[in-house]
Structures are given as structure tokens and as C-alpha cells.
Write a protein that binds this ligand. Sequence first.
Ligand code: NDP
Length: 474
Amino acid sequence: MSGADIGLIGLGVMGRNLALNMADHGYRVAVHNRTQSVTDDVVGGFSGNDGGLTGCRSLAELVAAIRPPRPIVMMVKAGDPVDELIAAMRPHLEPGDIPIDAGNANFHNTIRRSAALKEAGFAYLGVGVSGGEEGARRGPSIMAGGPREAFQRVEPILNAIAAEYDGEPCAAWLGADGAGHFVKSVHNGIEYAEMQLIAEIYEIMRTAFAMRPADIGDVFGQWNQGPLESYLVEITAAILATEDAASGGPIIDVIVDKAGQKGTGRWTAIEALQLGLPAPSIDAAVVARVISARKADRLATEALYQTIDRPSGKPIDDAVIAMLEGALLGGRIAMYAQGFGLMAGASQTYGWDLPLSTIARIWRAGCIIRSRLLNPIAAAFAETPNLPNLFTATDLAGMMIHSHEAMRKTAALALAQGIPAPAQCSALAYFDGMRQGRSSAAMIQAQRDFFGAHSFKRTDRDGDHHGPWGGTDA
Ligand code: NDP
């Protein structure tokens, strides 16, 4: 066969489901996996339309099976495997072919690969795919970067397999080279922060109010009917309702409390620091996972501090539940404000011109951070594409004015009871920092000048000044 519409290499969790999704939509997909038996299993188990999936035993066979210019999706482990695969595939490709990395690449790698492949006459696309296994199979959110004309070659396929929101596909071209993978990375950073915010609210209900997991699950279930509606709130309710057959208790109680991570949240936090842009709730979420992984240290330290009071476990009431709901909403707005601020800043640095409203729109279905809140965010950026920050959007400002007190009370409660709530507290500090016209940084500038003669600007005069620290006003 030489008429396949697209090729796909890497038939792991994501790759096989994307291939099946494409085939379901009538596309002919040539597939290949490094381990041949996997290709045989996937193609052998395929019961869809004739010619939907063609198994290829080698990269040469795969390339020959696709109609030029050939879009070839790589859905393999991120990092070196992508470079190895590109190197192995290159001798078989022709100018104009379109290698597509759909894994979770670090966008710096995508920029590097894009440049190298462009020089060789290929059009490289870096495409972030979100939604996990189910999303890949039924409709993910797709964030593409690279040459626009190359994207247009695959746009109908990506639109067909993507999730839909109000009839609109959750797939878009977002900018040149690394734009798609950068946006996917920020998506994952926001995902980390939202997961951490939810985990903190869960922990407060569990330890400060001694609620049973199933009851907490009911609260999350109710919240999912209102402004907090989101995929992560929904699955939190489902998780807390789940019993463990072996122990007979809630499954959450038998899960080891060490959080894993593959790096995308960390990349986002590092990039924010590199760019000098604030993303404190994403930082806090990454650090919380790192602390969680230090279980032995935590146990040893806990043993030393037994005398510090523990949360009392008093009964919860509706007012506290409403407070926690407000805290989660405000925390989430602050976290989105950071994520979108980061994208706006990076867009300028890397010359991407990221369409922020489109990004909010394609995150409304298919991806892990899909939520009702993305509607007013999309509307805010549609109205003002260069919005200075999300807190200044009218609808979101209204929500923050309504929620900030709940955030304060929740943070105060967590701090007083010794319940770590770094995402909630940093979200609040970020909000307070951003709404402070005059900040404590005057003191920082004075200190810098005092010890390092770094100079400062004055509020009442132009130019660089030094303080009279040594007795003279320079
Ligand atoms: P899996 O571990 O399920 O599959 C990995 C695939 O990569 C396998 O097909 C494997 O082949 C192949 N592979 C690994 N190393 C090489 C190599 N050196 N050369 C060729 N092929 C190689 O991974 P996932 O499907 O979960 O993830 C794939 C990509 O998608 C990753 O970048 C991941 O971060 C990203 N992603 C994953 C999501 C998820 O929820 N799982 C969500 C969104 C993105 P073999 O069978 O021979 O080992």
C-alpha cells in the first residue's frame, strides 16, 4: 500500500489510541512500533474499516506506505528516543515530508529539532496532545506548533480526531516551532497546580474536619455542578467514592502518598523562572510533589515534632464548605492568571504571537484541565487579546472579589492547623502581590543599593540614585 494519509510510530498507550481514533474517522494510517509484536497486536486487534490500519515492519516500509508529503506522527517516549527516531527515519524521507512529534517534548528540543529539519527540507511539527488514554481514543485537545502550511496538511485529520466543544474542534495551530509544546507544558503546569489545590482542600476537609472520603467525594460532586465544574473535580469525586476490595476501605487510604512526575510541570516552573515571569502556584505544586516523594525524611521529621498540636477534627458546616469552594475557585483563577501570563510573556520572547483566547477554547474539552472557568477566560482574551493579566478581566475580577476572603480564611485555617497548603497560599500571595500598586520592593532596592551600590530609581526624579548610606546622597 502507498496511499496512507498519515503514519504513526509508537503504539504505546497514546499512540495506539490516536491511530485507532484516526482510523475511526476514515483515515488510512500506516503504523509501526519498535517492538514488532506490539504492531501485530494493535493491527490484529483492529476491527474497523478496511485499510484503516496498516502495520509496517520497518521505518522504510512505513514511509513508503504514506502519500507524500508524508505526515508521520511520533508518539514515543520523550527525549533521546525522539532524536534517535528522527535520525533513523531521515534517510527514508523526502523534502517536504512532515515529521510530527506528538509526545511531551521539552519545547527547547522542539525548537532545536525544527531548525535542524528545516535546513534539511522537512517541515517539523511539535504537537502537544492532552487527555490521556481516553482522550487519545475519543478526542484529545491538540496544541500544534511549526510551519503553518505543514499544519494545514494535517489539520483535517487533527480536527476530526480532536474533542469538540460546542461543535468547535479542540485543535489549533498556535505558532511557529516550539509553540505547541510550550503551551502543552504550561497546560501541564496548570494541571499540577490544580491537582495540588484540590489535594489541599481535600486534606483540610479530611484532617481539620475529620470528614470521611465518601462524604468529601459528595462535596466535590456537588461542586462539580457549579462554577468549579471541571474534569479534575469530577474525577476527585469519583476517586473518593471508590472502595478498595482488598482492605474494604476507601481506596485513597491504601495509596502511597508519594507523587510521581515526568517533568512537564518542572519544565514550566523552570521556564517561568528563566523568563522572569511569576508562576508561584505551579512552583508550589512541583515542590509539593518533590516533598511528597521524601517519605522517609517526612516520617523521621514527624517523629521529632509530635508535641506540635494536630488538627482537632471538628464538625464541618455549610459555611465552611462554601468557604472551601470559594478558595478553590479563587485559587484556580490565580493559577490560570499565572499560566496565561506565562504564555503571554513567552510568546513575546519567542516571537510566537500565541492566540490566548484560542488556547482557552481548545482546553475546554478533551484535556485534563477542561473546566467551566475556561469560558470566561476565552471570552476575556477574545475581547482584549493583550489583557495585562486575567485579574483585570471584568468577569474574573468579579469572581476574585467574591472569593478572595474565602481564600484568606482557608489559608489562615491551614496555616493555624499546620496543614500544608502551598498552592492555596501562593495563589493568594500572587493575587495580593498583583493588586498592590506600591510594593515592599522599595525596601529590596534600598538594601541592594546599601550593600552593593546597585542604585535605585526615585519616585520624584529621573535617573539612577544611591542612598546616603555612607553619609552622602550620591
Ligand atoms: P508508552 O510508555 O505507553 O509507550 C512508549 C512508546 O515509545 C512505545 O511504543 C515504545 O516502543 C516507544 N519507544 C520508546 N523508546 C523508543 C525508541 N528509542 N525508539 C522508538 N520507539 C521507542 O508511552 P505513552 O504512550 O504514554 O507516551 C508517549 C508520549 O506521549 C510521551 O512523550 C508522553 O509523555 C506523551 N503523553 C502521554 C500521555 C499519557 O497520558 N500517557 C498524555 C499526553 C502525552 P516499544 O513498544 O518498542 O517499547
